[in-house]
Design a protein around this ligand. Sequence first.
Ligand SMILES: Nc1nc2c(ncn2[C@@H]2O[C@H](COP(=O)(O)OP(=O)(O)OP(=O)(O)O)[C@@H](O)[C@H]2O)c(=O)[nH]1
Ligand SMILES: [Mg+2]
Length: 326
Amino acid sequence: MVAEIVGGDRRSVARAITVVEGKGPAAAALIRSVYPHSGKASIIGVTGSPGVGKSTLVDQATTILRSRQRTVGVLAVDPTSPFSGGAVLGDRLRMQLHAPDPGVFVRSMATRGKLGGIASASSDAAVILDAAGFDVIILETVGVGQAEVEVSSASDMTIVVAMPGAGDGVQALKAGLMETADLFVVNKSDHQGADRSVMEIESMLELREPGPEEWRPPVLQTQATSGEGVIDLVDAIDRFIARTASLERRRRGRAEFRLRQVVSAKLIERAESDALKPGVYDRLIDQVVDTTVDPYTAAEEIVGLVLAASKTAPEIRKKISNVERG
Ligand SMILES: Nc1nc2c(ncn2[C@@H]2O[C@H](COP(=O)(O)OP(=O)(O)OP(=O)(O)O)[C@@H](O)[C@H]2O)c(=O)[nH]1
Ligand SMILES: [Mg+2]
């Protein structure tokens, strides 16, 4: 399967994404063997409130990227949708649009509404697409809850899409986004008030601490339905990608974020499986509920027990003595 993925076989890529969506040992094993083939793609996160035009915009950008001989993988993640695997209507239309083109791969992803699930599943899926040779991978995420922050941690570049109009658009931009966005798009520039939205974002950006990257996030206007302004958007993406220094910093940040995520998931998994001391985990939850133990103390006890259990597990002991013997 790995050879087929690296060879770019679409059916294997699709199957592999289903495997990583399922998480568990099969996902870990697959990522383990595919990972060495990844690391070449640029991962672009696109987020924004529901209905601002992200999918339409990504479509247009994909067409332009293709005209520049770049292959594109799109992962559409909707944390508000309970549907898994399949595609919502818009994405299904989109797949048809690019269907004859082997240089485009579009996939909707299930996240099951779990905390950290968005970045976890889409990070792994991005590794698959990266290994399959796609040059640009777009993570499109509906901006609700923690989604934007997560998507920016899993990407090399974060694009925030807004639209003109009261309530939605600029006011809906959360403070955290002002810090993490690398580019803003005010889409639906055919609607009234687009210029004003651009000005509002610009003035919010004035308040932003200058980062180490000397990159001032551009604020662009687009009309995704006609494609107006999308060439400028792709140009700006290319300019950002060409800045290798900031990209390396991002990649390091991305690796660190992913590692932290897997470490905490593994610790929790061990604690919940509670192989050595059945009932300890549940007992601690009970005690936190009735306030006889505080969450900090409970967490320390859990981590301590997990570590102690690992140390005494025979296979781990063998590993430790192997390491000690060098
Ligand atoms: N007038 C106008 N309509 C647009 C523009 N871009 C997108 N739309 C329309 O806005 C609606 C939502 O567009 P989508 O691309 O599905 O928006 P989205 O942000 O992906 O939506 P979710 O994935 O549901 O969050 C569709 O009916 C689009 O045709 C634009 O520039 N101008
Ligand atoms: Mg969409």
